[in-house]
Design a protein around this ligand. Structure first.
Ligand SMILES: CC(C)(COP(=O)(O)O)[C@@H](O)C(=O)NCCC(=O)N[C@@H](CSSC[C@H](N)C(=O)O)C(=O)O
Length: 352
């Protein structure tokens, strides 16, 4: 961590980490365009005194080379984010949907290109027309009407990211643009965010070689390392194993709560695979960042149960009953939202 800059009182560790991270890792080429779109969208809805939610969705990647051939990814398909965005729109929020490029989107998620292939719901009608199969027509029409309403009323802004750096630059930019909304802003952080990454100054430029060329590759990287004093983050050794040395991603939630969006309502998700630590990790996150709600979920059961962890209240599990975990067109994840609605937790609907 850099020493406190002379003439300034020592900034918090989180502020220092933020400064160092954004100084070392360039913004995505799309940031200015995204910023202009978000600014116009927020201004449009602020002038109508409307609540705006930033929903983040899908997984961030960690590139291993500057000219990226290989990257570390995660499991997230964006189902939680895309489904929740639909509930937020239904509840009257304007939605900024910051999502992993090509992950599931609100409404179109019901008929993706692979699972539930939309072509399977269509048939050729008269005069070369295309019509929906009778049995799907009602549901498809309902989804289409909601989708068109959101588009025609400028209620949904879709902003894509790919890497962890894209995500953090966009999150900070949009959060700062949302500040004037004050308590009318909500942050719903459903994206699966990388915890480790390859810092730019330790990233190799070209594709990592898996052949004998690796020797030349290592020598070149080490020679450049001798000049910069930095070892490359990824090296393949004589045994041709690939050794990857990653740094932790700065804990940005602290900066979001304290600096970027001090008046916004902030909901984060805690993902675990071990049920015995989920609640404690969710409480730890809430205590550490002092935000409003942590929604805990397990990788294996995330589509039908979540736990709401809020300050000063008992943990509240929301589960879709076994018999209702049907695979509707929209999948069982819709039912976590419906279960929350039926349990009288309107907020919970928006939270799922
Ligand atoms: C990703 C899923 C599980 C949804 O799955 P799909 O429907 O398939 O998309 C979502 O519900 C979720 O838990 N999202 C959050 C996952 C996540 O990355 N949580 C972080 C907290 S937010 S990243 C915060 C950062 N580490 C920090 O401490 O500042 C964690 O568990 O640590």
């Amino acid at each position: 961590m850099s020493a406190a800059r002379p003439g300034l009182e020592r900034q918090s560790t989180a502020e220092e980490a933020e400064h160092d991270y954004f100084a070392m890792n360039d913004p995505p080429r799309s940031l200015q365009t995204h910023s202009a779109q978000a600014k116009a969208f927020i201004g449009h809805h602020a002038s109508r005194d409307r609540r705006v939610v930033l929903v983040t969705s899908g997984g961030t990647t960690v590139p291993l080379e500057n000219q990226t051939v290989r990257f570390i990814d995660n499991f997230s398909a964006g189902t939680r984010g895309a489904t929740s965005a639909e509930y937020f729109l239904k509840a009257g929020y304007a939605v900024i949907f910051l999502h992993r490029q090509y992950s599931l989107l609100p409404y179109s998620r019901h008929y993706s290109h692979s699972t539930n292939c939309f072509l399977d719901f269509l048939r050729e009608g008269s005069h070369g027309s295309v019509v929906a199969h009778e049995e799907y027509r009602e549901e498809m029409l309902s989804v289409l009407r909601k989708y068109n309403w959101a588009k025609e009323n400028n209620m949904l802004l879709l902003l894509p990211f790919t890497t962890i750096t894209d995500y953090l630059w966009n999150l900070r930019e949009i959060a700062q643009l949302m500040r004037p909304l004050g308590s009318k802003s909500l942050f719903y952080l459903a994206a699966a965010v990388s915890d480790f990454f390859v810092p730019k100054d330790r990233m190799v430029e070209h594709k990592i070689q898996s052949s004998d060329a690796a020797e030349r590759n290592i020598r070149k990287a080490k020679d450049s390392g001798r000049e910069t004093g930095l070892e490359p983050s990824v090296t393949s050794v004589q045994s041709k194993r690939l050794v990857v040395d990653l740094d932790p991603v700065p804990k940005f939630l602290k900066r979001l709560v304290d600096g970027w969006a001090p008046e916004g309502m902030i909901v984060s998700f805690k993902l675990e695979t071990d049920p015995s630590i989920l609640a404690s990790k969710a409480h730890y996150s809430l205590d550490r960042y002092s935000h409003h709600l942590v929604i805990g979920n397990l990788l294996s059961t995330r589509k039908w149960e979540v736990v709401f962890v809020t300050p000063g209240s008992p943990d509240r599990w929301i589960r879709v009953p076994k018999h209702r975990r049907t695979k509707s067109l929209s999948g069982s994840e819709d039912q976590v939202g419906l279960a929350a609605l039926k349990s009288g937790n309107a907020e919970a609907t928006e939270g799922c």
